[in-house]
Write a protein that binds this ligand. Structure first.
Ligand code: NAD
Ligand code: UGA
Length: 469
């Protein structure tokens, strides 16, 4: 029986390995993590992440050929293939702070593999890493190898949160990069055989190591660039009377452009787009490619602009002050169908409104009060560096409350900001909400989900991204 071990039981490691276990009953899969609470949660009825369809997959395999454990060294030493899916956040200190990837977790995983291994291993980069990381990993492993042979593969993950299981069941492609040596090719085949259990051969792309590493950064940069492009257009739409939904529909009908990923929004969030683009920018700068670095930097700048534009719109519409006014925030997660709040645009919007002394009543169906408080008290990039976490300031504590549902959040508020596109926000009784709001009643739709005409008929003053005012 082939044994797989995955280091890192997070948003990627957990779902990816659960699907491998489901699709490959002949393979034993162990997912290990240094976080005891995370592993306990994976072994309980309350999984540590909310992801549609994940519960069913885990329940079918857990205890059969899928195991979650904190016994990292045992499972690593027994495995034939080791996936490393640890976090690779942005550095907050030192050389490259605010841009470069922090590979501390990766390096410690690699050193541990070198320490405990007693047989040859295939080590797979599942985390998103800077191009050429495999070279560094090879050095760490081969300098400690005790005669053991390691093959490093790059197999970046392309799943999106909220649709992770669907994406893993039917990936657009699986990418495997390896060395162009007999050993490297043999390792590529071994990993290809795992995916071939359910992924058609023509969807498995094999490349050299550096192309695979760079393709992941490039794919995220291209995706984020589309959102910044449509968001930049949304500002121009508001200034000219064009409607961004009509513009993106017309643009996306060109088969060379395509209709997906063209929804204007309050800005993109999530743990990866910003971090991966900053990482790409840093790599370009290190290679002397200033123009290329500046091109990609602009994607982040437009995203920041979109978030501050939204805050400015709220404040200026509400007679240039939100001081002491209650504002309902509907949605805090970075997108629907996930409880993940990493880099969610809601953090910047809430901080902007708090800076103008608003009182916020926040509701999200999947995000806890504890998480919201943590997010609003953190500095940029600190979310993946637990050591830097601080409690919320007493003033902010007074300004923020968390509600059980959208109606409670909206009661007596002056305005409503929709920051996540949860389906339930489309189906709210807006007449009931209107009745309980202070007048004039404002709606600021950061996700273009409300029926603007209907809400205006009810009596709301509505601002919707990129729509005529
Ligand atoms: P995560 O923070 O949810 O999970 C990482 C886990 O690794 C944590 O549970 C942490 O405790 C564990 N860990 C860290 N160091 C360890 C060590 N030395 N030994 C054992 N466990 C260790 O992160 P994630 O969202 O799963 O992302 C992981 C990687 O995958 C990142 O590089 C990210 O860029 C990439 N990625 C993420 C997504 C996504 O949707 N979240 C999608 C594609 C790629
Ligand atoms: C993204 C990519 O889609 C995945 O392919 C990739 O594997 C992953 O990053 C990663 O490397 O972490 P994810 O961040 O989970 O996945 O979610 P997306 O659906 O890409 O959404 C990202 C952000 O963009 C969200 O805040 C979303 O609301 C926003 N978005 C998305 C828009 O504002 N408009 C759109 O048209 C699409």
């Amino acid at each position: 029986m082939v044994k797989i071990c995955c280091i890192g039981a997070g948003y990627v490691g957990g779902p990816t390995m659960a699907v491998i276990a489901l699709k490959c009953p002949s393979i034993e899969v162990a997912v290990v993590d240094i976080s005891v609470s995370r592993i306990n949660a994976w072994n309980s009825d309350e999984l540590p992440i909310y992801e549609p369809g994940l519960d069913e997959v885990v329940k079918q395999c857990r205890g059969k050929n899928l195991f979650f454990s904190t016994n990292v060294e045992k499972h690593v030493s027994e495995a034939d293939i080791i996936f490393v899916s640890v976090n690779t956040p942005t550095k907050t200190r030192g050389l490259g702070a605010g841009k470069a990837a922090d590979l501390t977790y990766w390096e410690s995983a690699a050193r541990m593999i070198a320490d405990v291994s007693k047989s040859d291993k295939i080590v797979v980069e599942k985390s998103t890493v800077p191009v050429k990381t495999a070279e560094a990993i090879e050095k760490i492993l081969s300098h400690n190898s005790k005669g053991i042979k390691y093959q490093i593969l790059s197999n970046p993950e392309f799943l999106a949160e909220g649709t992770a299981i669907e994406d893993l069941f039917k990936p657009d492609r699986v990418l495997i990069g390896g060395r162009d040596t007999p050993g490297g090719q043999k390792a590529i085949h071994a990993l290809r055989d795992v995916y071939a259990h359910w992924v058609p051969q023509d969807r498995i792309i094999c490349t050299n190591l550096w192309s695979a590493e760079l393709s992941k950064l490039a794919a995220n940069a291209f995706l984020a660039q589309r959102i910044s492009s449509v968001n930049a257009m949304s500002a121009l739409c508001e200034a000219t009377g064009a409607n961004v939904t009509q513009v993106s529909h017309a643009v996306g009908r060109d088969t060379r452009i395509g209709p997906k990923f063209l929804n204007a929004s309050v800005g993109f969030g999530g743990s990866c787009f910003q971090k991966d683009i900053l990482n790409l920018v840093y790599i370009c700068e290190c290679n002397g490619l200033t123009e290329v670095a500046n091109y990609w930097k602009q994607v982040i700048k437009v995203n920041d602009y979109q978030k501050s534009r939204f805050v400015n719109r709220v404040v200026s519409s509400m007679f240039n002050t939100v001081s002491g006014k209650k504002i309902a925030i509907l949605g805090f997660a970075f997108k629907k169908d996930t409880g993940d709040t990493r880099e969610t645009p809601a953090i910047d919007v809430c901080k902007g409104l708090l800076g103008d002394k608003a009182n916020l009543s926040i509701y999200d169906p999947q995000v806890t009060m504890d998480q919201i408080q943590k997010d609003l008290s953190m500095n940029k990039f600190d979310w993946d560096h637990p050591i830097h976490l601080q409690p919320m300031s007493p003033t902010t504590v007074k300004q923020v409350s968390v509600a059980w549902d959208a109606y409670e959040a909206a009661k007596d508020a002056h305005g409503l900001c929709i920051l996540t596109e949860w389906d339930e926000f489309r189906a709210l009784d807006y007449q009931k909400i209107f009745n309980s709001l202070q007048k004039p009643a404002f709606v600021f739709d950061g996700r273009n989900i409300v029926d603007v005409k209907k809400l205006r008929e009810i009596g709301f003053i509505v601002y919707s991204i990129g729509k005529p005012l």
